[in-house]
Design a protein around this ligand. Sequence first.
Ligand code: AMP
Ligand code: ZN
Length: 115
Amino acid sequence: MDDCLFCKIARKDIPAALVYEDDHLLAFKDIFPQAPVHLLIIPKAHCESLGDLTPEIAAATARIPQVAAKLAAEQGVQASGWRLLSNNGPDAGQSVFHLHFHLLGGKPLGAKLCV
Ligand code: AMP
Ligand code: ZN
């Protein structure tokens, strides 16, 4: 999509601190990190949220936990613990409408999943 921020990052039209790339997935550092490790993992193809998956994007997205585990190990938080989550829609606070998963770690993240 022309005006989608994460599509622009996937096309390399705007820069990001990339930490992983394959044919269908991309991971980069969140620009406003909320933890010492805060990465975003996205399918390169545009899809607004988990409610809009096509079979092709679903197949790529199904590999995200595996990629997240590899990145967590590389970032040194495999043993200390990490969280993988996706905000979908307004009540979840989604602010970029291209499907993405946050990988957070490097400090105690708290027990609450919502306020
Ligand atoms: P969400 O609120 O779940 O939609 O998450 C969107 C995330 O994208 C936020 O954590 C932002 O800090 C992050 N973000 C916004 N713009 C950029 C950017 N240009 N590069 C990297 N991360 C970004
Ligand atoms: Zn997009």
